[in-house]
Design a protein around this ligand. Structure first.
Ligand code: HEM
Length: 119
């Protein structure tokens, strides 16, 4: 049962990321704008990503310097995604930025996972 909370938090992190980035990708590529109704969904997703991400991070034991560096870079790009989502007021260019930044974050996260696995 020790695995239940970490797995639930990992699920919450990835599920919320899918909702946020998937919604913005759909808005940018298919619709061309962010529907007003997406705003509360995005806020909830940001809250869930933050809470589960902090949980994931503090439950790590002994991470390398390389891990810390890439985690820091991830946080900077994440800040860009969160800030742009919150401040978005109809500029299509901002949605493009979020889609690209989101793809970069997912790649960095996969790398963080890879370097923290025992080999
Ligand atoms: C737009 C925002 C974010 C995206 C797209 C994102 C994406 C992801 C993804 C896809 C994973 C799973 C990686 C894998 O298993 O291959 C992950 C893991 C993780 N995320 Fe995030 N994340 C975001 C925000 C955050 C925030 C705000 C934090 C911390 C405050 C955070 C901390 C973590 C940690 C610690 C892991 C585990 C990495 C590992 O396995 O070592 N993430 N993230």
């Amino acid at each position: 049962m020790d695995a239940a909370l970490p797995i639930a938090m990992r699920w919450l992190h990835i599920a919320s990321v899918i909702v946020l980035l998937g919604g913005i990708f759909y808005a940018r590529v298919v619709i061309g704008d962010l529907a007003r109704g997406f705003r509360p969904v995005a806020y909830w997703a940001i809250g869930a990503i933050l809470a589960s991400g902090i949980y994931n991070f503090v439950s790590k034991t002994a991470v390398s310097t390389n891990y810390q560096v890439w985690f820091g870079i991830k946080m900077l790009v994440v800040l860009h995604v969160f800030a742009t989502t919150i401040l978005y007021r109809g500029k299509k260019r901002l949605l493009t930025g979020i889609v690209i930044a989101g793809a970069i974050i997912v790649a960095i996260s996969g790398y963080l996972r890879w370097i923290s696995l025992p080999r």
